[in-house]
Ligand binder design. Structure first.
Ligand code: KG4
Ligand code: ZN
Length: 380
């Protein structure tokens, strides 16, 4: 079967096509991400209304590129376009683009649409959800709604379908920081999460204070690598590192960077490197301490990392080092381009959520019943 996926939870527009063979092997036919980072860079962050507009513009070109790469794009003139029954009434630009697309191309040979329906920026999620509904209606194939946090976890199964459970997952992104007990695929319990800023948000805000640009995570990571062994920067706090729960708090870290920064009259390149390194290490220290506590407390057989921050090289390295001594716990990390938002993570999660007996059947999930939820939770 072939799954076409749509991901618009934040500022990346992702469309992927995943083929699952009869034997259950995964074959990635395409995974196209149109990133809005140039806009983010210009305005120093993500703004939902602006991001929504960009998704409307990007979705059809991204879909065309994904189908083309998968060799599933075939043109046919004169297709009849039905009335979309107001599915896209809030996305007029998208409707116009979609009508142009549908007039031009034959229905592709895909069996299922998977779409991220939360959590994330609600106006952005709705664009993707409504787009999926319109395609489902026109192509007459079912849609599966996908939880974005779960997809940050399950993307790891693409290369490692035999992860052992129970597992502890740490999802660290621009919007979320959660430690999740994964009893098995589909059974989750959030053990702890951030009480204020997410880890990625902390990277982004600290980078802004230091005048480094957006998104902050990759920039801080790069600078930190050049800092050298000694540092003149005073150590930053490690918020909540010693508490017995699995919760986090990162907003104090950003405030500490702000105060330290105010005291500095001349922000030299060396100061920025050393501060970047200290910010990165403070975040890593807290994430590792709390996550490994969860791994031990729940006797997990594996650790799964996911989300944009899991692309951080130092974080990946230090997690592997921290768990290598036990030798019992296998660590799974997605390749860096699958750590950040993409469509493939949505496709694989859609696959795991489709009851096997329904695979390939038409309209198993009614498009009318799918809605976006910015605060969608995972597990209990
Ligand atoms: O998962 P993601 O693409 O989007 C959300 O769902 O939020 O994560 C984006 C976040 C941003 O805050 C970005 O700064 C951070 O991931 N990030 C990184 C790195 N690459 C991206 N943080 C630290 N180190 C990186 N290499
Ligand atoms: Zn994400």
């Amino acid at each position: 079967m072939r799954i076409l996926s749509i991901e618009t939870s934040c500022d990346d527009t992702g469309v992927a096509i995943l083929e699952v063979t009869k034997k259950g092997d995964f074959k990635v036919l395409s995974n196209v991400v149109s990133s809005q980072t140039t806009l983010g860079k210009k305005y120093g962050g993500v703004f939902p209304a602006m991001a929504k507009r960009e998704h409307q513009k990007n979705l059809v070109p991204t879909l065309v590129k994904a189908l083309k790469e998968a060799k599933l794009l075939n043109s046919k003139a004169g297709n009849k376009i039905p009335d979309f029954k107001n599915i896209l009434e809030r996305e007029p630009e998208l409707e116009k683009n979609l009508v142009g697309f549908l007039k031009k191309y034959v229905n592709p040979e895909v069996d299922l649409i998977a779409v991220t329906n939360g959590p994330g920026l609600e106006p952005c999620l709705w664009v993707g959800v409504n787009f999926a509904k319109a395609l489902s209606y026109f192509w007459n194939i079912p849609v599966v709604p996908v939880n974005h946090i779960e997809s940050h976890i399950l993307v790891n199964l693409l290369e490692n379908p035999k992860v052992k459970f129970p597992s502890i997952a740490l999802v660290v992104s621009g919007g979320h920081t959660q430690i999740i007990l994964v009893k098995r695929i589909g059974q989750y319990k959030v053990l702890g999460e951030t009480r204020d800023d997410a880890a990625g948000e902390c990277f982004d805000k600290c980078a802004k204070i230091l005048g480094l640009g957006y998104p902050g995570g990759p920039i801080i990571s790069k600078l930190a690598g050049k800092a050298g062994a000694t540092s003149d920067v005073a150590p930053l706090p490690r918020p909540m590192i010693g508490t017995k729960d699995y919760d986090f708090s990162f907003s104090g870290l950003k405030t500490a960077v702000l105060y330290a920064d105010r005291k500095i009259t001349k922000k030299t390149a060396q100061y920025k490197k050393e501060m970047a390194s200290e910010v990165q290490q403070a975040i890593i220290d807290v994430l590792i301490k709390k996550t490994i506590k969860a791994v031990k407390d729940f006797k997990a057989k594996s650790l799964i990392l996911g989300g944009g921050v899991s692309a951080n090289k130092e974080l990946r390295k230090q997690f592997k080092e921290a768990l290598s001594t036990s030798g019992q716990v296998e660590v799974f990390v997605p390749t860096p381009n699958l750590s950040t938002d993409n469509g493939l993570m949505t496709a694989i999660t859609g696959f795991y959520h489709l009851p096997r007996r329904q695979a390939g059947k038409k309209n198993t999930v009614a498009w009318k019943n799918i809605s976006a939820d910015g605060n969608l939770r995972i597990g209990k």
